[in-house]
Design a protein around this ligand. Structure first.
Ligand SMILES: [Zn+2]
Ligand SMILES: [Zn+2]
Length: 290
């Protein structure tokens, strides 16, 4: 039976490995299928696709989009969309621009707090990352010795309402679902009951989102405990939503999320592939599922 991990990040967003190294690490970890889902960008797709062929594993090209629903942040995994579709691409560009404006504002707040958080210091820490965001500011705080690790940086400075927190643009979830449909992609909510979105993503809300084009929910994620998984799985069954599982791997940027620590059942991947094909997406699976 193939081993499938449908949610990972490279250094194109906030992971620590290049797309090529990530794909090879996935093959080394025994995965047969990996999805690359960097935040709000498809910039890693080409390198990952070429590497999947080298490494002999299958690749699902995806994105993890930052959206907002009823006041809460919701991450939406979008699989196999037509990346050239402006309805999707224009909105991704707005999200990335919003995040880029936000970083200098957060650095300014930190400097007001007496922390030498300069743009140059951030550039030295974020290295090759094309999308900079809060995780890189967190890494900078670690680098400066202000905190011991990313989690402490978020808890003390960067989380919503924290002293260096700055709000930013994120897409409206319902609007994004419509754009995903136009781009013929398959939408799955990432860690729906992790990090504050549990309150808004109850069964009636998920039902409404399904009507708006949602295809599935990520159930097996480290943010969910056993009881949450059982309940989400039952809801997904009643709403006929695809159930996925994934590591949300960020390289060494996030501890505990090793590649393949959570996986997706092959029949659920089939549902995603079939849906993309039915929608006529030009973005196919790279390689074949062994
Ligand atoms: Zn996420
Ligand atoms: Zn993620």
């Amino acid at each position: 039976m193939p081993t499938i991990d449908l949610h990972t990040h490279s250094l194109v967003s906030d992971g620590t490995a290049s797309p090529r190294d990530l794909v090879h690490a996935a093959a080394g970890a025994g995965l047969d299928v990996i999805a690359l889902t960097d935040h709000d960008t498809t910039a890693g797709w080409a390198e990952a696709a070429a590497s999947a062929e080298e490494a002999g594993i299958a690749l699902v090209r995806g994105i993890e989009v930052s959206t907002r629903f009823r006041g809460a942040g919701v991450h939406l995994l979008v699989y196999l969309p037509d990346a050239s579709e402006p309805a999707l691409g224009d909105e991704l560009a707005r999200i990335v621009a919003g995040r880029e404006d936000r970083v200098p504002a957060m650095l300014a707040r930190l400097r007001e707090l007496g922390i030498p958080a300069t743009e140059d210091a951030l550039a030295a820490v974020s290295g090759g990352n094309q999308v900079t965001g809060r995780p890189h500011v967190a890494d900078l705080l670690v680098h400066l010795g202000v905190v011991a690790h990313r989690d402490e940086a978020f808890a003390r400075y960067l989380s919503d309402g924290g002293p260096a927190f700055v709000d930013r643009y994120s897409a409206d979830l319902l609007d994004m679902l419509a754009r995903v449909e136009e781009a013929r992609g398959v939408a799955v909510i990432a860690h729906p009951w992790g990090r504050g979105s549990a309150a808004v993503l109850d069964e009636p809300a998920l039902g409404l989102l399904r009507e708006a084009g949602l295809a599935g929910v990520e159930v097996d994620h480290l943010d969910h405990d056993a009881a949450q998984r059982a309940e989400l799985r039952a809801i997904a069954g009643r709403l006929d939503l695809v159930v996925t599982g994934a590591s949300d791997h960020h390289g060494t940027g996030k501890t505990g999320h090793d590649l393949a620590c959570e996986t997706t059942a092959p029949d659920q991947l089939d549902r995603i592939l079939r849906r993309a094909a039915d929608l006529g997406s030009p973005t196919a699976l790279v390689g074949a599922v062994r």
